[in-house]
Design a protein around this ligand. Structure first.
Ligand code: ADP
Ligand code: MG
Length: 239
């Protein structure tokens, strides 16, 4: 919630964004003239059929790629003008990622997995562990901090991955199919956790999903078809 009288901050501004890939003689037009703004604190699901440009959009928003043309501003920074080092710095400072496949270190305890991003930020070892424990508590896994991922269920692994994403206190949480590897019941618990994080931490969430229950629980759905936005508004019934 922003203070009374204060205009909400535009965290992401995407304007006439295009992304084309050269494929030999041909060109793939993966994103076409995409324009939207996401305010700090919003919870948005990015939906659309396979091949519609969702992952391309996530890479751009995550500062892992730059647009062919158009503007992308993150927290006021014009991402398209930045070099690799600045992009990495921006990612580190502002963004947490959650992927379908969890991407945890197998032989490393939950708490050390979660603490890892803080190492790259130069945070000292005591503070790293303390903040990692807090983040695990926040996702309901305080009692599992010494377990390695192979001793955790799928849902618990995704919670560890979410703790790792929030431990740096990012402004933006980008999630690519976070319930894609989970059954319906566990997926629904993860969906509830996202709601809590959005409400309690004020984290801005952008979730790419095929999961209708997850998309419906977001407050806004952006739908892509063939690289273009065909819906931007309240959650869609059945998609
Ligand atoms: P989605 O995540 O919605 O399934 P993608 O963003 O992965 O869609 O892909 C959108 C389109 O762009 C597809 O036609 C895909 O083949 C193409 N594409 C994505 N990445 C590349 C790339 N690195 N090189 C060439 N084509 C790509
Ligand atoms: Mg994809």
């Amino acid at each position: 919630m922003s203070a009374p009288g204060k205009a909400p901050e535009a965290l992401l501004e995407v304007s006439h964004l295009d992304r084309r890939f050269a494929m030999g003689e041909e060109e793939v037009h993966a994103l076409r003239d995409v324009t939207f703004t996401i305010l700090a604190g919003e919870y948005v699901a990015l939906i659309g059929p396979s091949g519609s440009g969702k992952s391309t959009m996530m890479y751009l928003l995550g500062c892992l790629d730059t647009p062919t043309s158009g503007l992308y501003r993150l927290a006021g920074y014009d991402v398209g003008t930045l070099g690799d080092d600045d992009l990495a710095a921006l990612r580190n400072r502002f963004i947490g990622f959650v992927f379908q496949a969890f991407n945890l270190l197998a032989r490393t305890s939950a708490v050390d997995n979660v603490a890892l991003p803080l190492r790259y930020q130069g945070v000292g070892v005591r503070e790293r562990r303390q903040r990692a424990r807090e983040a695990l508590g926040r996702v309901g896994l305080g009692h599992r901090e010494d377990h390695t991922p192979d001793r955790l269920s799928g849902g618990e692994r995704q919670r560890v991955a979410i703790a790792r994403a929030i431990v740096t206190r990012p402004k933006l949480l980008l999630c690519d199919e976070p319930t894609g590897n989970l059954d319906q019941r566990v997926g629904s618990e993860i969906a509830a956790l996202f709601e809590d994080l959005n409400r309690d931490l004020g984290a801005t969430l952008l979730v790419v999903t095929h999961d209708p229950q997850l998309a419906r629980r977001a407050r806004r759905n952006i739908k892509l078809v063939d690289g273009a936005v065909v819906h931007d508004g309240p959650p869609l019934e059945g998609f």
